[in-house]
Design a protein around this ligand. Sequence first.
Ligand code: ZN
Ligand code: ZN
Length: 981
Amino acid sequence: MAEIERARRLLGRVTAGIPESANPVTHVAEQPARRARCVDWPEWADADVVAALRKCGVDQPWAHQIEAASLAHAGRNVVISTGTASGKSLAYQLPVLSDLVEDEKACALYLSPTKALGADQLRSVSELEIAGVRAASYDGDTPMAERDWVRAHARWVFTNPDMLHRGILASHARWSRLFRKLKYVVVDECHGYRGVFGSHVALLLRRLQRVARYYGSSPVFVLASATTASPAEFASRLIGQECEAVTEDASPRGARTVALWEPPLLEDFSGENGAPVRRSAGAEAGRILAELVVEGARTLAFVRSRRGAELTALGARRILSEVDPTLAEQVAAYRAGFLPEERRKLERALLSGELLGVATTNALELGVDIAGLDAVVLAGYPGTLASFWQQAGRAGRSGDEALVVFVARDDPLDTYLVHHPAAILERPVETAVLDPANPYVLAPQLACAAAELPLTAQELDTFGGDAARGVLDALVADKVLRRRPSGWYWTSRDRPQYEVDIRGSGGDQIAVVEADTSRLLGTVDPGSACATVHPGAVYLHQGSSYVVDELDLEAGVALVHAEDPEWTTSARELADISVLAVQERVDYGGVTVCLGDVAVTSQVVGYLRRRPSGEILDQVALDLPAQRLETRAVWYTISDELLEGARMAAEPEAGRAVAGAEAQRPAAGAEARRPTAGRPAAEAEAQRPVAAGEAGRPVAGAEARRAVAAGEVRAGVAARLADGVGEARSGEAAAGRGGAAARSDGALPGSGETPAGSGARAVEANRRSAGIGGLAAEDGVPAVAAGTDPAETGERLTGTGERPIGTGARSAGNGGDPAETGAPPVRTGGGSGRTPGGAGLEPARIPGALHAAEHAAIGLLPLFATCDRWDIGGVSTALHADTGEATVFVHDGHPGGAGFADRGFAALVPWLAATREAIVSCECPAGCPSCVQSPKCGNGNDPLDKAGAVAVLDTVLGAVRQHGSRYGHVEVQAADTAATS
Ligand SMILES: [Zn+2]
Ligand SMILES: [Zn+2]
């Protein structure tokens, strides 16, 4: 099997010269080849259509194509959910074309999320040259003169949701010919309709159906999707009707070797707060691309940004030019603004081998026929497994083995994935999340629906029933709609469709305009404008770089000029969160987990300039107004008893360790290092499921109480640490200063006195919480530690000292972490009482521990909620006014939410377990971007306590597992971890 050896040889080539001790490959998996299953053409298919398809190279169809096509032909809604290059187009081309041939008045609509894909699909239908079909595109690029022709004559209209919304439904009377005989609606790449955009599209498709019904047609939906979990359920939610799924892929596939790759930590650089920095995934991808090109392998490298793609191609060319200048010529990047012909020329050059290496951003920009390559390099996780496999699927032809290399970026999700291969290789692809009942989406959509045709009471069920009724009442009260006995009416002459941006989250968009030319470059959501287009921000548009000169929120304009500075910018944002309503609340004995509505108030107070290497240049102050976002959040609270209660064997010597020193101590021990060497027993122990229900409710540690009674000031405490959403996606970060509101232990029951000085500190901290910025070191951990009498600390901590992650003490002595074993309160070491399952955190460490746990959790939620980490934000605080306890919030970044927080609540246990794993998998000593640092931290990534975060997560997971079997969180865990661990 020479072919199988080839992928191994390619992998050997890219790792050649790297010493084994520094081997970046964390895992290699072989995926076997799959043989094709072909079937005959169905009887119902039109003979001319079959002949045309045969002529274009499809001699015999695959089973899944005909299964889906036959369902559609029989009038059943169907979603075909199979891999890349599995011929999904044929599944809708066959029934649509057959019916268009049979009934010369029948029409069809095709929707794709991007113009490029739509253009490719139109071309492939046109090339079949079937008489009378009159396929035509109708999108933003269609010339006005042609639009009239399309409306009057086209029978298969290729468009996108935006155009359907503004151009077709808004003036449906002009499209009555199409609507009267609308036989099929094809929804291509439907897995892309998620989050707020997906929720809009779901309602848009309901609007489409009621307009079609009005003209007397009831189209069949044919949806094409990448492989996802429960495609039928997702597709049904998207179209609002029953939908069947075809998922068994009968196309042939070559064997694949998948290698997971973690770039090394750099030695000569350090990042924020001295954290280590990894070599960038883009640079690493460039090097791998060069090696593969030397081997003659046709390779596609997927990089996150277009500019990144250009840098990757440039890096590869630079390496190759030293080897052989002609090889350097064979590497290219997709450049911004490629015309379709240029794009196809590049694709043809790659397929023919004239070009060997191409760096690009994402699959949707590529033509559908780019497949069968020798290798694919993914620089960074593309956000969903569906995209991962879609990109990986560009490699491999029947009979050939292909190489796929996944290079981790330095964020916790990528870290988790390269150390937990099963989460990539064995997990079912996630379901896309959308929430058509989001009132922020429903309101504008119902206004549009009413403007298209008056809404009747009977129709409300398709728009979410009660949710729609509530929203309609509000629209009537606001005089947007008028209620009449026969229904709800739009009364204005203006069309609401022009005001409603289905890709944004409501509100007037901020226009980004090049000052010199008055050219409109793009728009940004008003909610994220302060963070993305503040003065001084570097704004990327189609691979070109601009710097913002002015942001005028009232006029809705950001003025920019072209400039490509040597840095990226990242907004630093202060945020506060308040709970508006609690929908779900589950009590796990000292830990509560909630889901509900929150208001996030945020203010961008400055920005950071940072070199691509991670090096920070400086921080610049800004004066911008505060923004308010009402959205959904999932949060957990932990009682002080649990946070401070001991969790492991005593270590008297640790008693004197003050927080700052402790937090910075390396996370020593083998399991904190690269786990390819196998996980030591301590770690395995910690992961073992828990026997629930043995331990009683936690009791407060007597030690702690004694310390309180003695007037020991409990640490500083309520530093509220916020991580906003929506910052520029160019890899920036944000930090503002969360205010610190210290409280003294004098407030606790049983405490008799407050030591002198603590009051002053509280005042100082409150001053900061009033929004006065300061350096992290002042209101963070060290300030508190400094104010603590070491003698008292020593006494208080005797026997309860915590350890950094991975010292192995957890499973020693006590027989394991009480949180994991469900053991009753243990008395060891100092002999004092301690809280079972507690985090054992000295109070001064609590803010940093919660903050680090929050960061990593934001990073890992996309694994469960098909969102981007930029779609969500978080706030952590050692004392929250609404919960009265230490609280970690993770919230949606869109008004009303997009279903992400809800998904986090439902998948709490696997989500937090993966979060913990991502942290312990990272070999850095005290926190870095691959684990607990966040690129968008509102607090400058400080304080952060990596070891403390693990203790917090263990405590939460321990409590949920111990008390949780009644509530469902554990069941979710069982279902999801079966696939992830
Ligand atoms: Zn790290
Ligand atoms: Zn933060």
